[in-house]
Design a protein around this ligand. Structure first.
Ligand code: UDP
Length: 391
């Protein structure tokens, strides 16, 4: 097959590289591996404890029949306690760290696991990269911004409409978290400290790094559907919670009235941005990037309404007469929950460095995602519901 030479944003030929991807078996990792296999010559050393979301890339019918069979290798490794990790990092040109606990239901109920996973477990990865002069792309979170400055203004203050009080920018916005007993912020705080550590490794020891702050990336394969491919009592993020409710024909639960605002971005748009970072190190190194879609802002209530409408369209089932129900955050998440009020990413830096912009509207991304959810889970949910409860 004649291949067209691939060039970076400055017109230089892109050389094939070996990427050690830690946490490759999760939602983001699976989409990134898919993209790297389908569109680039790069090799991936995929590290994770789970491989279910990579099955389609690793296990072709009649083994090795996929065109990328020799470019992806799965290593079932728990980075907490496996000495093979450093060896894999040494073999790579680039390390991408995606491993993390990143579901809000865990932040206040499993704060120790949350802090260990997001800070302590990431430490050796940063250290090995720094000691072995390996470039690192580390996944952080938009949650490091915490609450907006505007959320502290009186409800009727006109300043709440001023972007200076709510747009979140990498190099200017402060990080505002709740008190210590609001354990929701254990995640944001651990992520902030690892960002600071990586930044300091860059400043003092010359580590080449890029930090990514995802703003509510959503799409197929996100999290799990409780009782189908995850624990029945598990609480995933909002897309999977609402999908689960729709599949089971239950009302969607709005936490504290569903007033919080989020901007949602289609995973495939976000992955385009990550690929640009991978292939343009000179433009990406030393930067922190917001990756989100400021045009797709809704309240959680509006998201519930839109998902109800889209699901009815893709499934052909009429929606419930009362499609939503209010629940308190204490009832839904337990003690210590708190919320980010609003998340609009400033896109100046990513635009300037990588010329990237998101493309997909909220309606379109929900349509493709809920089509996937319906196709993947509707039958299994129907069977689970029809089974009599074990006595
Ligand atoms: N949420 C909700 N109902 C649910 C799940 C989540 O109202 O069934 C709310 C949650 O309180 C938050 C927003 O949806 O305000 C987004 O939650 P998610 O878990 O996706 O993560 P976050 O954006 O807070 O990191």
């Amino acid at each position: 097959m004649a291949s067209v030479a691939r060039v970076d944003l400055d017109g230089n030929a892109i050389k094939g590289m070996t990427i050690c991807m830690i946490g490759a078996g999760g939602f983001i990792g699976s989409h990134l591996c898919e993209k790297l296999m389908a569109e680039t010559p790069h090799k991936v050393l995929a590290v994770d404890v789970y491989s279910d979301k990579l099955k389609h890339l690793l296990e072709p019918a009649g083994a090795s029949s996929l065109p990328w069979a020799n470019r992806i290798q799965f290593h079932r490794i728990n980075i907490k306690n496996d000495s093979r990790l450093e060896g894999l990092i040494k073999m790579a040109d680039l390390v991408i760290n995606l491993a993390a606990i990143c579901t809000p239901a865990d932040y206040n109920t499993r704060p120790l696991d949350t802090i260990y996973s997001n800070f302590i477990d990431a430490l050796p990865v940063v250290k090995y990269c720094s000691e072995n002069n390996k470039r690192l792309i580390h996944f952080s979170t938009c949650e490091v911004y915490g609450k907006t400055i505007g959320s502290f203004l009186p409800k009727d203050s006109p300043l709440r409409q001023d972007p200076a009080y709510f747009v979140l920018s990498e190099d200017a916005s402060p990080c505002i978290f709740g008190s210590i007993e609001k354990q929701r912020w254990s995640y944001a705080c651990a992520k902030q400290l690892i960002e600071r550590l990586i930044y300091a490794e860059g400043a003092e020891n010359g580590l080449e790094f890029t930090i990514v702050r995802p703003f509510n990336w959503i799409g197929p394969r996100m999290d799990f559907i409780p009782g189908i491919d995850g624990p029945s009592e598990g609480v995933p993020r909002v897309l999977a919670c609402f999908s689960n409710n729709l599949l089971r024909r239950e009302p969607l639960k709005l936490v504290d009235g569903g007033e919080s605002q989020r901007t949602f971005i289609y995973i495939k748009d976000a992955i385009e941005a990550v690929l640009l970072m991978i292939e343009n190190p000179a433009r990406a190194n030393g930067h922190i990037f917001n990756v989100g879609n400021p045009n797709n802002e809704v309240t959680v209530r509006q998201l519930a309404e839109m998902m109800t409408e889209v699901y009815s369209k893709v499934s052909g089932e009429p929606s419930l007469e009362a499609p939503t129900v209010d629940v308190s955050s204490k009832e839904f998440y337990g003690e210590g929950y708190d919320d980010s009020d609003k998340r609009i990413p400033d896109m100046t830096i990513i635009n300037r460095q990588l010329g990237w912009n998101p493309k997909t509207s909220l309606w379109d991304l929900l349509e493709s995602t809920l089509t996937y959810q319906h196709r993947t889970y509707a039958e299994a949910v129907k069977q689970a519901i029809s089974k009599p409860l074990a006595s």
